[in-house]
Ligand binder design. Structure first.
Ligand SMILES: Cc1cc2nc3c(=O)[nH]c(=O)nc-3n(C[C@H](O)[C@H](O)[C@H](O)COP(=O)(O)OP(=O)(O)OC[C@H]3O[C@@H](n4cnc5c(N)ncnc54)[C@H](O)[C@@H]3O)c2cc1C
Length: 331
């Protein structure tokens, strides 16, 4: 029996989509394989999250609830996860490769002395877990055999695991031991509040199923409205290349690539983006890539599933209008 503990990340008292994917994936896997799956929840108010975990098919939930978890603090959260992992002794501790997952996984690994395989996009279970993860800025995929090395921490890229349809279960909750938080009062900072600057009703970039992204070929910040209009029709998020971010057209939080966000949407529409390797590093695991570029030799076409050669500023309004019409007809 392989023992898996999944850290169920939450924002605003709701389960993160990235955690939902991992919980659902392992709950379905557990129907065919000898797996014990437990979710770990840490937060100030966990009731809604517990219900959501049940809907993801995971019954066993270890909960650490308390006001000390009200605001995000990496050391306090890591301490709680260390406590949960020490109590449960899982073979694998799995987290989403979100900003929080990336922040706490190394802290937990450091405290427990466990190794970590990060940014996994696929996994397979035989006697152990085998992982697939992009390397060399996404130029190649490495298959990593755990070789029985356990316990191990694994972070999974949002949107990367194949979609599953888990069967809801009634959660069984056990209360975790409150960790000793002494020492954390000496920390240099405490994050009081995160204020997200949200433009429109778009989903967060790393969790979006569809992303419409713009580069230098969009010519200026005023033309990003064309991307926003298309994004609204598709329920997509708007991303940008570094050239667009460096020019001050979009904020850095929307940058896709090696020094920006790594995304794995079902559909990535790259508009006026050349397809530099550092950009591809952040989006090459998208399932379908559509490129609009006026240069037929632009490198983005090498990885695009569909390409339109032409002026994005002219094509985008037509595409948006046609999609609107089509969606109206099919509704
Ligand atoms: C260490 C390092 C890290 C980096 N990290 C990142 C990163 O995280 N993300 C990232 O994106 N880049 C990153 N870069 C930069 C990267 O190398 C490229 O410079 C950048 O991606 C180029 O952005 P772009 O494609 O928008 O611009 P360009 O390369 O200038 O391409 C613009 C494209 O738009 C097309 N075009 C022009 N006009 C139109 C039009 N009207 N309609 C349609 N197409 C048009 C052109 O044919 C061209 O292909 C990094 C670089 C380094 C060195």
């Amino acid at each position: 029996m392989i023992n898996i503990m999944i850290y169920a990340e939450q924002t605003n008292y709701k389960l993160r989509k990235a955690s939902r994917e991992i919980l659902g994936y392992f709950s379905v896997l557990a129907q065919e394989q000898p797996l014990q799956v437990t979710a770990l929840v840490v937060g100030a108010e966990c009731n809604e999250v517990i219900k959501e975990i049940g809907r993801c098919g995971v019954r066993d939930i270890l909960v650490m609830e308390g006001q000390e978890y009200q605001t995000y603090h990496p050391n306090i959260l890591a301490q709680a996860v260390v406590q949960g992992a020490s109590d449960l002794r899982p073979d694998y501790l799995v987290l989403a490769n979100t900003a929080v997952g990336k922040d706490i996984a190394p802290r937990v690994g450091g405290k427990l002395g466990w190794g970590c395989v990060s940014d996994v996009i696929d996994l397979e279970l035989t006697d152990n877990l085998t992982f697939v993860k992009p390397i060399y800025a996404g130029k190649a995929l490495a298959q990593i055999a755990g070789n029985g090395q356990k316990p191990l921490i694994v972070t999974v890229r949002p949107n990367a695991l194949k979609a599953v349809d888990p069967s809801p279960v009634e959660p069984v909750v056990s209360k975790g031991v409150t960790p000793d938080l002494t020492g954390n009062e000496h920390l240099g900072y405490i994050l009081k509040e995160v204020v997200a600057k949200v433009t429109g009703k778009t989903p967060p970039l790393t969790e979006a199923d569809i992303i419409v992204s713009g580069g230098r070929g969009m010519k200026g910040p005023e033309n990003f409205v064309l991307l926003e209009e298309l994004a609204e029709v598709l329920g997509a998020a708007v991303g940008a290349s570094r050239a667009a971010v460096d020019a001050g057209w979009r904020e850095h939080q929307y940058q896709v690539g090696q020094t920006g966000k790594t995304v794995s949407p079902s559909l990535y529409i790259a508009c006026g983006i050349s397809g530099a390797i550092q950009h591809l590093a952040g989006m090459s695991s998208a399932r379908t890539v559509v490129a609009i570029n006026k240069d037929p030799n632009a490198p983005i076409f090498k990885i695009a599933d569909f390409g339109i050669v032409g002026d994005a500023l002219k094509i985008l309004p037509i595409l948006t209008a046609e999609l609107k019409k089509h969606l109206k007809q099919t509704q």
